[in-house]
Design a protein around this ligand. Structure first.
Ligand code: BGC
Ligand code: CA
Length: 256
């Protein structure tokens, strides 16, 4: 519709907007844009606000996790330190126990040696105390029984020993001067239970023990004069020992 306003004509539409001239239109054109701007600004502000809240929340969450993580690291480190302390304590305990064990072992060895010695003493005392009877034909001397071969009977060292063993005994082992004198004066020349060992200078008794001290050798004996004097005789004439070939035949003395 055409109208005249302030001497100016124009078109009026339903909203009356077209009553304004072009200048006025441009004057009032910004009004709807201002609303849009405000809304846009509000939206932007809102978005910014939300972003800030989210960032704040995230920062708070990160900070919260940082704290938890630090606490966890602290607890793990503490557990590790506690375990190290425990390990060191166990090492010290182990070392102390090892020392204690060595000391106990040493005490045990000493006690075991004492026990064995005491047992030996008991055995010896029991043996000495016992009034050991000797078989018929045997001679008792210092609570030991001796057999002296019959007059006129001689044997090699091996066969003499065999005879003793058949009697449940063995050739005599001389350990004291008393015993030496007792055996020497018996029966002319007699075999005793001493023979050469692996080497020239080694002498062994029939029980496998070695000759202790110097023995009761005749002067300049043993001399192994013919190179095979591996057995020992004692004579009533010399009252001392001499090495002679084992195949020789003499009397013999057994000891039970
Ligand atoms: C020697 C002894 C030797 C013996 C052998 C003696 O003349 O003095 O050392 O054993 O003969 O029968
Ligand atoms: Ca000799």
């Amino acid at each position: 519709m055409s109208v005249t306003f302030n001497g100016k004509s124009g078109e009026v539409d339903g909203d009356g907007w077209n009553l304004m001239d072009t200048d006025n239109r441009s004057k009032y054109r910004c009004r709807p844009q201002i609303s849009v701007c405000w809304i846009g600004a509000a939206v932007v502000c809102l978005v910014l606000l939300l972003t800030m809240i989210m960032v704040a929340q995230n920062t708070s969450a990160i900070s919260h996790w940082d704290t938890k993580f630090e606490k966890l690291i602290y607890e793990i480190s503490k557990s590790r330190d506690d375990l190290r302390d425990e390990r060191d304590q166990l090492k010290i305990q182990c070392s102390n126990l090892t020392k204690e064990m060595e000391s106990l072992q040493s005490q045990y060895n000493t006690l075991a040696a004492s026990r064995d010695k005491l047992q030996e003493d008991i055995d010896m005392l029991t043996h000495n105390r016992t009034d050991k009877p000797c078989n018929h034909g045997w001679i008792k001397f210092n609570n030991k029984c001796y057999y002296v071969s019959p007059n006129g009977v001689t044997k090699t060292w091996e066969n003499s020993r065999k005879d003793c063993r058949e009697k449940g005994a063995d050739l005599v082992i001389i350990t004291t001067k008393e015993e030496q004198d007792f055996v020497s004066g018996r029966n002319g020349v007699s075999w005793i239970g001493l023979h050469r060992g692996e080497s020239e200078d080694e002498w062994k008794w029939v029980d496998g023990t070695g000759l202790v001290d110097h023995g009761f050798w005749q002067k300049d004996e043993p001399n192994n004069s013919d190179g095979e004097e591996d057995c020992v005789e004692v004579s009533s004439a010399a009252m001392a020992w001499n090495d002679v070939p084992c195949k020789r035949k003499f009397s013999w003395v057994c000891e039970d």
